[in-house]
Design a protein around this ligand. Sequence first.
Ligand SMILES: NC(=O)C1=CN([C@@H]2O[C@H](COP(=O)(O)OP(=O)(O)OC[C@H]3O[C@@H](n4cnc5c(N)ncnc54)[C@H](O)[C@@H]3O)[C@@H](O)[C@H]2O)C=CC1
Ligand SMILES: O=C(O)C(=O)Cc1ccc(O)cc1
Length: 363
Amino acid sequence: MKKVAIFGVGLIGGSIALCLKGQPDVTVVGYSNRESSAKKYVQRGVVDYATTSVEEAALDADFIFLCVPVGLMDDYISQLCRLPLKQGCIVTDVGSTKASVMASAKAFAGTSAVFIGGHPMAGSERSGVEAASGRLLENAFYVLTADADTPAQAIADLEQLLSYTRAHIVKVDARQHDTIVGAISHLPHIIAVALVNQVRQYNESNGLYELLAAGGFRDLTRIASGDPPLWRDILLDNKEVLLKLITDWQISIDQFRVMLENNDGEAIMRAFQEAGAFRGKMPERRKGILHAVYDCYVDVPDHPGIVGSIASELGKANINISNIQIIESREQIPGVLKLSFRTQEQLDEAIELLGKNGYHVEL
Ligand SMILES: NC(=O)C1=CN([C@@H]2O[C@H](COP(=O)(O)OP(=O)(O)OC[C@H]3O[C@@H](n4cnc5c(N)ncnc54)[C@H](O)[C@@H]3O)[C@@H](O)[C@H]2O)C=CC1
Ligand SMILES: O=C(O)C(=O)Cc1ccc(O)cc1
């Protein structure tokens, strides 16, 4: 039996726990610094048992996952490396930045434990154990960062355990990870927040901004709803990378300003063509860091039972809806139903079926 201790059973820790709990050879213990959270982990059935004692959680653990916000990693690493951990215990983390945690983890040198950095490249703007799902990491990339002297057997053992998440392991150098993830995740979060706040300020003097921003703008800026303390920690920890990326971003935006000032339609088209061609090459069907959302919008006449009837038409065709949202119908605007699916295939099938049945569907 392998004992796996999860420190911080929130969105990511809870999702990993759900993949491991119930496996024939695994016991999962959750650690929280708060009694009420520890109780909740057990009540929700995410862990086998929970404790508020670092020592009890770590005692005899074969694997320890640090799933707390980035700003707390160093503190937990210092606490753990002072404990008599089991010989060969593998300590890992799930933090969104890797260089600082790898630096802190040097403290494990000469102890009975081995540290391997980790970052599952999937998640959402939600947080807490309530948002955890055993399918969150399925098909996502899962980065591991290890030092040159990390025993190959320890990496293999961690990979073996992580196979329960059905994520795809990739090994990346910690600094390179922070540079790349800075560009594809951290900078986009900054831009999304800045964009929403720009519109929020315009909206203070004209509420039409909020009303008209309901569609694409809302989807484009979904990640602006991330947990504020979590993102404070990530951005401050990756500050050096982000300062450089923000400078590059300012150059890109400035190029657009110049194109507009010069009425340079050719350059605008070229920018769209280059972006479209690069984006078109990106893999669509594997979860990326900003995970794909397979949504469509269906215009619905305002009559009772319409939602049930659409759901049952799809159900009969074995197309599973993962979420239905009725978007408030406003005066003179037909009702709109937002349907979400888990895969591109299911979305495509739903669009085809609903189209055949006379519904107007948009992406
Ligand atoms: N949100 C996301 O989509 C992703 C987040 N990550 C990383 O995963 C880690 C956890 O993030 P989430 O699961 O999203 O956050 P979360 O807020 O859902 O979970 C964090 C957990 O840590 C616990 N916690 C907070 N302070 C604590 C303390 N002082 N001692 C012990 N436990 C404490 C919370 O109670 C909660 O259970 C972070 O390092 C984040 O950068 C990695 C990939 C994706
Ligand atoms: O919601 C999304 O699409 C995300 O981008 C979630 C996310 C947040 C932090 C990470 O380190 C990785 C993924």
